[in-house]
Design a protein around this ligand. Sequence first.
Ligand code: AR6
Length: 167
Amino acid sequence: MAKTIKVERGDITKYQVDAIVNAANTTLMGGGGVDGAIHRAAGPALYAACEKFHGCPTGEARITPGFQLPAKYIIHTPGPIWHGGEHGEADLLKNSYRNSLQLAEHYHCQTVAFPSISTGVYGFPVEQAAVIAIKTIREFLAASRWVQEVIMVAFDPKTEAAYQKAL
Ligand code: AR6
């Protein structure tokens, strides 16, 4: 099967894929943005599952069931907060994508949907983030056994355009 990366506009909570990724924070206890939308849609059992991790460092990832979501799993990763770009932000963002994909691979996920990690509340410039995301996903797909399709789900036209351009 040919491996693919797609960019689409949509609401990631509606995606019926093997795994969706959540742009979380290091507490993993919910928040605003896509994190809030995922927690609302998945239901309170997600909060209880996340509590057991006792947080997650920036750039690492943790997996839970999808609970009330159409997705089978939710992979939670805190992306970096943008502090001007000289504080390891690019490497940390790369880690978020790579570690999320490694978990997806470990759980034999074939289709994975990502939001634009760190480019909302965390302030990472979307054009730079898109290049890092697409490059990291492409490298990963070249060597993956299980993961076949990655969908970048953009919530707004500017984000969609940035990822289309990076692709
Ligand atoms: N589907 C897809 N993308 C979405 C959705 C959705 N339903 N809702 C928002 N986005 P953000 P961050 C987009 O702020 O920058 C939270 O409070 C949004 O338009 O959600 O990594 C966490 O708890 C933007 O393009 O994540 C953390 O504290 C992208 O998702 C903090 O925000 C990411 O924006 C994480 O900040």
